[in-house]
Design a protein around this ligand. Structure first.
Ligand code: ACO
Length: 361
């Protein structure tokens, strides 16, 4: 079926199967393939929080076979082995860690100590830290933090916020940015469009919008695409005089223009003026994007960002890659519930490429 992105197992003809996948990806193929190829050049150890989920296992089979990543599965070993066997998945040698059964006391204390050191002045006791090592979101993040793995993929089966908190506590935010934020790459007929923040900051201040914009610009450049950024609102260039989100967006643009004059960014503006450069240039010739269509849209709050990407994804006008979590010190990515196998594979590739640029300690 279209949704799963992976044919029935066992896969008899791998080349034909890959071709089929690539055909299905259509216009998105180029970007997606370049990320996957980059991952393949230096595959990394990726921990999966939901090792006993069938879709995760299918994605893991693909990334193993394609040498995109070295997977480590968290979950009940017996159950995982049974799923592998029943579905004839080629995962006989996959590494599995059952956080309730196969973790040694030494290892558990080592992880608990790391967590405790980070949180002892934030009210966490050592006993709580130890207890938290039985939570797979803490366990996975701690594996990455302690260098036992390079990236962590989670979130498939539980609330986004519950997964992101342990990651924030254990891994934390990169030194040069104050916030994390989530981005989606939507592949449309006009090419890729990047949307942020789609997953994290509910009511961003103007400074949070600035941080989100800078993180997003950096991420877009990583795809070898020049970001042309519009900060969106329901108002254009100061037209709305009341209090509210247009004002915060306007302030964010002022800060960006002052501190980052090289960035092609403007706003506040409505989405049609963002995406139709000619129209924008006609009405607002002073705008810093000139007559270019924006390819990067920064939303005034989480409601608008999250709803927009889900609408685009659901009406089928765009293929979505994400949510790409930006600003974490080390690669942690949190899948949206009900991600397809293909989306999971793409997130793994992105996590591996992220891990390739994490400096060695
Ligand atoms: N960037 C960096 N650090 C942050 C951020 C952020 N955006 N938000 C919180 N933190 C830090 C806090 O400063 C705090 O640090 P400290 O404990 O070391 O002092 C730590 O993270 C935990 O903070 P909390 O106060 O426990 O967390 P908070 O209540 O602020 O929640 C969260 C953070 C979970 C990200 C919250 O903003 C949230 O729920 N966002 C919405 C998530 C969501 O539901 N997304 C939509 C669905 S996702 C999807 O569709 C795929």
């Amino acid at each position: 079926a279209m949704d799963t992105g992976v044919a029935q197992n066992p896969i008899k003809n791998w080349t034909a199967y890959k071709q089929e996948l690539s055909n299905r990806m259509g216009i998105s193929g180029k970007q997606v393939m370049s990320i996957r190829n980059k991952a393949r050049q230096n595959p990394k150890r990726v921990v999966f929080a939901e090792g006993n989920d069938f879709k995760i296992l299918k994605a893991v089979q693909y990334v193993t076979r394609e040498k995109i990543a070295h997977p480590i599965l968290l979950g009940n070993e017996e159950k995982i082995r049974m799923l592998i066997k029943e579905n004839q998945l080629e995962l006989g040698n996959v590494e599995i860690i059952d956080i309730f059964r196969t973790v040694t006391e030494d290892k558990r204390h080592k992880l608990a100590k790391t967590l405790y050191e980070k949180r002892k002045r934030k009210g966490m006791t050592y006993d709580e830290a130890l207890e938290n090592t039985y939570n797979r979101d803490y366990f996975g993040a701690l594996m990455v933090e302690t260098g036992e793995a390079d990236a962590f993929i989670s979130g498939f089966s539980r609330k986004y916020a519950d997964t992101i908190r342990p990651a924030l506590q254990v891994i934390g935010v990169k030194e040069d940015c104050n916030h994390i934020a989530g981005m989606y790459m939507m592949i449309t007929k006009q090419g890729p469009i990047f949307l942020a923040d789609t997953t994290v900051n509910m009511n961003p201040s103007s400074q949070t919008l600035v941080d989100t914009t800078l993180l997003t610009a950096r991420e877009v450049k990583r795809f070898n695409i020049e970001p042309k950024i519009a900060l969106l609102s329901y108002s254009n260039f100061g037209a709305f005089k009341g209090l509210g989100s247009p004002v915060r967006v306007k302030e964010a643009v002022q800060i960006l223009h002052e501190k980052h004059p090289d960035l092609m960014v403007d706003g506040e503006m409505q989405a049609n003026y963002a995406l139709n450069g000619k129209l924008r240039y006609k009405r607002y010739p002073f705008n810093k994007l000139g007559d270019h269509d924006a390819n990067t849209l920064i939303f005034p709050n989480l409601s608008s960002g999250n709803i927009t990407y889900k609408v685009l994804q659901s009406i089928g006008t765009a293929e979505a890659i994400g949510p790409i979590l930006m600003g974490m010190k080390k690669p942690i990515h949190i899948l949206q519930r009900d991600s397809s196998v293909r989306e999971i594979i793409n997130m793994v590739a992105i996590a591996v490429v992220d891990a390739q640029s994490v400096p060695e300690e």
